[in-house]
Design a protein. Structure first.
Length: 92
């Protein structure tokens, strides 16, 4: 199964992480800003620093969720995701 990079925010800093099945820790990065949303170029650079790249032809998809499951009055959590693969040679 191919790993997925996800980026999320609930109105505060943005966090990008690579979700690795079976791993106890995931590679991650945090932008200490609520806005603007990190650009695709910024995300690509961070992924490279973590040793990953988007799978060719993949695109970021966005969903929204609620901070409290089933409570549509709770703060919105924005989540973006893209399929990734390891860079040849590992992290830079």
């Amino acid at each position: 199964m191919m790993p997925t990079a996800q980026m999320s925010s609930s109105g505060g800093p943005w966090r990008l992480y690579v979700a690795l099945m079976g791993a106890t820790e995931w590679p991650d990065f945090r932008w200490e800003r609520p806005a603007p949303v990190p650009t695709i170029a910024e995300r690509r650079a961070v992924l490279a620093s973590l040793g990953y790249e988007p799978v060719p032809g993949s695109e970021w998809s966005w969903i929204e969720d609620t901070a409290a499951y089933g409570d549509d009055t709770s703060p919105v959590l924005l989540i973006a995701a893209v399929d990734v693969r390891e860079l040849t040679g590992g992290a830079s």
